[in-house]
Design a protein around this ligand. Structure first.
Ligand SMILES: [Zn+2]
Ligand SMILES: [Zn+2]
Length: 271
């Protein structure tokens, strides 16, 4: 399975364009620019599509023309920019698209679909397991919400090649009994939000470094993460320490920061 990280930043990106804090200035100096978090899997599955995702794909030399399935985690505006459906509809002979996500998120998409546009909606809730094309998708809960509890989800995706990944943004900290859903998963890669760095006071609905560490420890205890799992921090925001310090802090948890444009190869066909 090939996962292209179209973006690895929090909603405001990192650097936040309006900010001159040390972390934003450091990111600018290093030229490490992060846009809204989203991923393109095997050129056919798109996970989240905030307003920045389609342009990011183009700038990375990729196309979304092969995308037949869009998995939406939740309706926050950095994860869902439904206007992409309109741009897509302007392509002659455009293929079918299945949009999978919480019902509330799908409702925001419906006005952007024109008559005859081959878009199909598949509402899901945590606990569902569905076939999405050739992918086996388990829908997991998130301690994160938009309008009401349960309207944000995470995805556990197994590819046709057997590679299995966890897409966990936005999640917030899981209660202990939620880890049963991924017990023994032995993910090849985990993409876990680390939005807040040392500023977990900012929000209860996101992970910073401490909660990220605790969540990973619980995933390890459950056998969801093991020695071979590539643990990639995503949805990184400017509350994080500057990059070299962040790298060291994440390394303490056996994790690393994802980069925009990075290609993560997972599973049997990975090197
Ligand atoms: Zn977000
Ligand atoms: Zn969110």
């Amino acid at each position: 399975m090939e996962v292209v990280l179209l973006g690895t930043g929090a909603a405001d990106g990192w650097p936040n364009p309006f900010c001159r804090c040390a972390s934003c200035e450091d990111a600018r100096r290093c030229g490490v620019l992060r846009g809204q978090t989203s991923a393109l899997v095997d050129d056919e599955l798109l996970i989240d599509c905030g307003p920045e995702a389609p342009g990011a794909a183009s700038r990375l030399g990729r196309t979304l023309a092969g995308v037949g399935h869009l998995l939406i985690t939740h309706a926050h505006s950095d994860h869902l920019g439904p206007q992409a459906l309109l741009s897509r509809s302007w392509v002659p002979g455009v293929g079918r698209l299945e949009v999978v996500g919480p019902a509330d998120a799908l409702d925001l998409c419906r006005p952007w679909v024109g008559p005859g546009d081959p878009v199909r909606f598949t509402p899901v809730t945590a606990g569902d397991r569905i076939a999405v094309g050739a992918y086996d998708v388990r829908v997991l809960p998130a301690w994160h919400r938009v309008f009401s509890d349960g309207d944000a989800v995470l995805y556990d995706v197994t590819g046709p090649d057997g590679a299995r990944i966890l897409w966990a943004t936005d999640t917030g900290p899981w209660p202990d009994d939620w880890f049963d859903a991924v017990r023994g998963a032995g993910f090849d890669a985990v993409f876990l939000e680390e939005t807040l760095g040392d500023r977990e006071d900012v929000s209860q609905a996101h992970l910073g470094l401490a909660r990220f560490g605790r969540m990973l420890a619980s995933l390890r205890l459950a056998g969801a993460v093991d020695h071979h799992t590539d643990v990639v921090a995503v949805h990184l925001g400017h509350h994080n320490p500057p990059l070299d310090r962040l790298a060291a802090r994440l390394a303490e948890h056996g994790a690393r920061a994802g980069l925009d444009g990075e290609v993560v190869a997972s599973g049997p066909t990975s090197p």
